[in-house]
Design a protein around this ligand. Structure first.
Ligand code: NAD
Length: 447
């Protein structure tokens, strides 16, 4: 049973990247006193000054609002942050290792140890980062071996499902709250933390540590599989003269299938799906679950193949070579409504064409700066027009609304040759063709 706390819970959030910054702000919005902790001084300084160091709709406004209440602070001082809080969220990165498909768990270990070492009274450590199954049990042992004598610490797992671009809404109104490895006491604490979304109807799934860890990676693996499925079917459509966009709409009417994640195109990217399916592939093999590994291997291969396919389409459109051709690229972010370019299919395609001697001009409404840092040798424009100007072929690689809504008739006049490759299946082929464009799309009918 829940004993109402004498004072409101205090929360520390370790890692203030896409996940942690959003989580810290959301927790403050829910009324808790929150301290965000990061090892990156620049990030901490920016957030403390009210600047979100990445693009996330709605987050700057909410950061400003919650900072003004005095409930939200940011620091690099782990000891001070831990000493003052009751609940400690681990939101640090778990990127793919450079030399294998496995996840790099160094940051999660460091953050968990920093919390355990600095606990001065009882506390709940809540893992939110996406980790391979088995990690939480190991961390629990580390915590037990690290906490000062007499301190009562618990570790549980509460995976995060937020989507970049919709992170604020997803955090305040989660589709479900998964709690792995709770005791009666820590479950009560977590129900207090999430009292608002629970009151709104967010379902709570209470389970063990491995199930909680696996729910997260399985959700991502399923979404990735859905995308690779439709991309494989797009290949059949092309060979058979069928149209995958119409097919996807028709499939989507079946409630068992649903229309989301059925857009054939350049495939998935970003800081989560690719590394999460690879980590699950790796972990499945370690556990001897070879069927899952084989399935995910196909999903990954289909996905990466789409990038090559779009490069080939661009080469073909330019008569077999892009050497000294001008290629306009619309989109750098891995999806719209973010400036995240981690494992971005758009930038991979742009870079591959640059490598083949094309003069590439990329435009993205939000991801110009992050893209330039990741791929400094590509050319960047500051508007759609700058990317389109004098191009021999135009590639639409991220489905930002302003690209989908662009006027093909006006743009046609800016090009050297009005030739477009719609790698996201969002443009109206009829409208672009009527405006004089040679139009190619993945899995769609030729003119
Ligand atoms: P990120 O790289 O944007 O942020 C990670 C942050 O952790 C960085 O600011 C880094 O400086 C900080 N950090 C590293 N070591 C630290 C330490 N010892 N103490 C304090 N801070 C430390 O990553 P992200 O996208 O926010 O992802 C974080 C985790 O959340 C990953 O496991 C990811 O898979 C998962 N996740 C991400 C999303 C998403 O949409 N980005 C969604 C769900 C889950």
């Amino acid at each position: 049973t829940t004993t109402p706390a004498a004072r409101p819970l205090k929360i520390s959030v370790f890692g203030t990247g896409y996940l942690g910054a959003t989580h810290a702000v959301a927790m403050a919005e829910l009324g808790f006193e929150v301290v965000g902790v990061d090892v990156d001084q620049a990030k901490v300084d920016a957030l403390a000054a009210g600047k979100v160091p990445f693009f996330e709709p709605g987050l700057p406004e909410l950061l400003e609002k919650t900072l003004a209440t005095g409930r939200l602070t940011f620091t690099t001082d782990a000891a001070a942050a831990v000493a003052d809080a009751d609940v400690h969220f681990v939101c640090v990165g778990t990127p793919q290792q450079r030399t294998s498909h496995a996840a790099n768990l160094q940051y999660v270990e460091d953050a968990t140890l920093a919390i355990a070492r600095n606990l001065t009274r009882g506390g709940v450590i809540v893992g939110k980062s996406t980790v391979p199954v088995g990690t939480a049990a190991r961390l629990r042992e580390l915590v037990a071996a690290t906490v000062p004598a007499g301190v009562d610490a618990e570790l549980l797992w509460n995976p995060e499902f937020l989507r970049e671009g919709k992170a604020v809404g997803d955090t305040l109104h989660p589709d479900r709250i998964v709690l792995g490895g709770v005791s009666e006491k820590s479950e009560a604490v977590m129900r207090q933390v999430y009292a608002a979304p629970i009151a709104e109807g967010s379902p709570v799934v209470v389970t063990d540590l491995p199930t909680a860890e696996l729910v997260k990676v399985s959700a991502n693996a399923f979404l990735a599989t859905k995308i690779s499925f439709i991309n494989a079917i797009a290949g059949v459509c092309e060979a058979a003269g069928a149209d995958v966009t119409v097919l996807a709409d028709a499939l989507g009417h079946d409630v068992r299938i649903g229309r989301q994640f059925l857009d054939a195109g350049l495939g998935f990217g970003g800081g989560c799906l690719p590394k999460d399916i690879r980590a699950l592939m790796h972990r499945s093999k370690e556990l001897g679950a070879n069927r899952a590994a084989a399935l995910l291997q196909q999903v990954d291969e289909i996905n990466m193949g789409q990038r090559e396919r779009v490069v080939d389409m661009a080469l073909e459109a330019c008569g077999g070579s892009v050497l000294n051709k001008r290629v306009g690229v619309l989109g750098a972010a891995f999806k719209p409504l973010t400036d995240d370019v981690r494992d971005s299919p758009a930038l991979n395609v742009a870079a591959a064409l640059h490598l083949r001697g094309a003069q590439v001009t990329v435009f993205d409404p939000e991801a110009g700066d992050t893209a330039r840092r990741a791929f400094p040798t590509l050319g960047y424009g500051t508007s759609v027009d700058e990317a389109v100007e004098e191009c021999d072929v135009l590639l639409v690689l991220t489905e930002w609304k302003q690209f989908v809504d662009a006027d093909p008739a006006r743009l046609a006049g800016l090009t050297r040759t009005p030739r477009v490759i719609d790698a996201r299946g969002k443009l109206s082929a009829a409208q672009w063709r009527a405006a004089g464009w040679e139009f190619t799309g993945l899995g769609r009918l030729a003119a």
